[in-house]
Design a protein around this ligand. Structure first.
Ligand code: CTP
Ligand code: MG
Length: 229
């Protein structure tokens, strides 16, 4: 049996509405490069991926201008309406090269502070797993269920985790789970698509500096984390 390869998929076809900038947030400057270049550099530096499929919007004028779009390990795929559609299109772009048993790590373009430590820890933790799993963070704050503005109950914090990326699954399982869930708005990450198939992805504790750039203030925070790393 040949050894399973490891692929990366990077959804980068969002418009970054909450960022309220003049361009999609993955193309905003961060520590001398664009956010997307920082993210791809982190993945390339890990030296574990056979290739990285990046889903970008068809009308995206920024992507072809980035040097990394021509990198030998980078494959350009089309983006879709929702994040899950972009991920599925990127998976399909690997169809001729990937086999069902290969691993895929799906990682948001908007998470440029990912460390090699976390990539290797995730792979080490899951490489013998039946299903796969995700990097996640426990919650430090006390959590409340709220009915409009009034608290109805306090949630058992020990059972709540925040889903990060990368999320690591077998190529074949992930592709069919996303195909089965196409158009379902509840599929906001890869794990949720697998959950709908009855699987229970594993939780792997990640680093808190692996933030997703969502709002304007997150850029300064990402810059700070990068300087600290
Ligand atoms: N994404 C994508 N295709 C979409 C929507 C999102 O590839 N149709 C990507 C984004 O580019 C981002 C990641 O999925 O890297 C996480 O999504 P999010 O943080 O929500 O980014 P945006 O959708 O761009 O931001 P917003 O929701 O504020 O518009
Ligand atoms: Mg979004």
């Amino acid at each position: 049996m040949t050894q399973a390869k490891i692929w990366a998929v990077v959804p980068a076809a969002g418009v970054g509405k909450r960022m309220q900038a003049d361009r999609p947030k993955q193309y905003l400057p961060l520590a001398g490069k664009t956010v997307l270049e920082q993210t791809l550099n982190r993945l390339l530096q890990a030296e574990v991926f056979s290739a990285i499929a990046v889903a970008v919007s068809k009308e995206d004028p920024y992507w072809p201008k980035l040097e990394c779009s021509k990198h030998e390990k980078v494959i350009t795929a089309a983006g879709g309406k929702e994040r899950a559609d972009s991920v599925l299109l990127a998976l399909k772009s690997l169809r001729d090269q990937a086999s069902d048993e290969d691993w895929v790590l799906v990682h948001d373009a908007a998470r440029p502070c990912l460390t090699s430590t976390d990539i290797h820890f995730l792979i080490e933790s899951l490489k013998d797993d039946e299903v796969g799993g995700i990097l996640a963070l426990s919650s430090h704050d006390t959590l409340k269920n709220v009915d409009s503005i009034r608290i109805t109950e306090t949630i058992d914090r020990s059972k709540i985790w925040r889903a990060l990326t990368p999320q690591m699954f077998r190529y074949g399982m992930l592709k069919s789970a996303l195909e089965a869930a196409e158009g379902n708005p509840a599929v906001t990450d890869e794990a949720s698509a697998l959950e709908m198939q009855g699987f229970q992805p594993k939780i792997v504790e990640g680093r808190p500096d692996n933030i997703k750039i969502t709002r304007p203030e997150d850029l300064a925070l990402a810059q700070f984390y990068m300087e600290q790393q």
